[in-house]
Design a protein around this ligand. Structure first.
Ligand SMILES: Nc1nc2c(ncn2[C@@H]2O[C@H](COP(=O)(O)OP(=O)(O)OP(=O)(O)O)[C@@H](O)[C@H]2O)c(=O)[nH]1
Length: 320
């Protein structure tokens, strides 16, 4: 096992806090060099831009879900990484919130080259304490992500009462009694509890999914979930955009699983970043635009039955 590069697969439903955890890991003074592979659902890459960039290189795969069409991409990226001089201390793969972690984990057993050079260290699943009960009703992926976890981060504990938290934990334990569980706020788990765990347990996974090591694993996505992305090659007027966004999130709330965006405002040197889960939105001005960056505005909404045309029209009407 020694000499193989540990791979951490970071999973969890849309908006649970995966990027928050990833940024926490990357910001710690651990002196290690990580390669980060981000896969997101949606035509426009936003997560890539939200990952704190220090020495890490972020590889983005946003052409579909890592658990299906882009497994070949994942293999190619890892292959490329292995050929580099200097190497890495670890690889972190952040999957889309809609990914089933099984096929992602499978990649590290199926491809011989990948298998010889890497080892799957742990599947870390971030769970949103606020919305889990709903997700267990409407999202089979959320259940699978919990079932596959070696480490569970029960996040957003600030948004529930102690009684609700107990109930959420009970429901998680009914699905996965084995994984180490950490309660967290803003994904504040010690990094040592997440990385280098040597926790991935193939035998346990074969119990859950006996055909795990067989080719041709099939699964179905929730086809009714779609993503609507709009890019504007310039700034938007905040006085028009922000009231529309708030209103839209309130109206579409139940069907709107995730929203995020990076915006340029006229005369503002900093990027405005917003994020939301259902009707709860959060946004602020963050770092300055870099000289080599195009001051464009991009937004992504992921949900059920979203009116693509109406969203596009509304966002474009805010362009200045
Ligand atoms: N109140 C609260 N908000 C949190 C917490 N952790 C993360 N958030 C916020 O929740 C939103 C989603 O967090 P992300 O880390 O982007 O979630 P994600 O799982 O990477 O989202 P996707 O990549 O879209 O699936 C952001 O606005 C975070 O600031 C928490 O513990 N409490």
């Amino acid at each position: 096992m020694s000499g193989k590069i540990p791979v951490t697969v970071l999973t969890g439903y849309l908006g649970a806090g995966k990027t928050t955890l990833l940024n926490r890991i990357l910001s710690e003074p651990h002196g290690k060099k990580f390669a980060v592979i981000v896969n997101e659902f949606g035509e426009v890459g936003i997560d890539n831009d939200l990952v704190v960039g220090a020495d890490e290189e972020v590889f983005e795969m946003n052409n579909g879900c890592v658990c299906c069409t882009v497994r070949g991409d994942l293999i190619r990226i890892i292959d490329g990484l292995m050929k580099r001089k200097g190497g890495f201390d670890g690889i972190i793969v952040e999957t889309t919130g809609l990914a089933d972690p099984a096929p992602v984990a499978q990649t590290f057993f199926m491809d011989q080259d990948v298998q010889e050079r890497t080892r799957l260290d742990a599947v870390v699943t971030v769970v949103d304490a606020r919305w889990l009960a709903l997700r267990l009703q409407d999202a089979p992926e959320a259940r699978n992500q919990i079932a596959f976890a070696d480490v569970l981060v029960l996040n957003k504990t600030d948004l529930v009462t102690p009684g609700e938290l107990e109930e959420v934990e009970r429901r998680i334990r009914a699905i996965n009694p084995y994984a180490k569980l950490h309660r967290a706020q803003n994904a504040n788990v010690p990094v040592a509890e997440v990385l280098d765990r040597n926790a991935f347990d193939l035998d346990r996974i074969l119990d859950i999914e006996p055909d795990f090591l067989e080719e041709g694993h099939h699964h179905h996505h929730n086809d009714d979930i779609q993503s609507v992305a709009v890019t504007i090659e310039g700034a938007v007027n905040p006085d028009r955009f922000l009231p529309w966004l708030n209103d839209f999130a309130q109206r579409a709330g139940a069907d709107l699983l995730r929203s995020k965006g990076i915006l340029a405002f006229p005369g503002e040197p900093r990027r405005f970043v917003f994020q939301g889960v259902h009707m709860m939105l959060d946004g602020d001005l963050q770092r300055e635009w870099r000289d080599d960056e195009k001051r464009a505005s991009k937004v992504v909404f992921i949900g059920r039955g979203l009116d693509r045309d109406a969203i596009e029209r509304a966002v474009k009407a805010c362009a200045v």
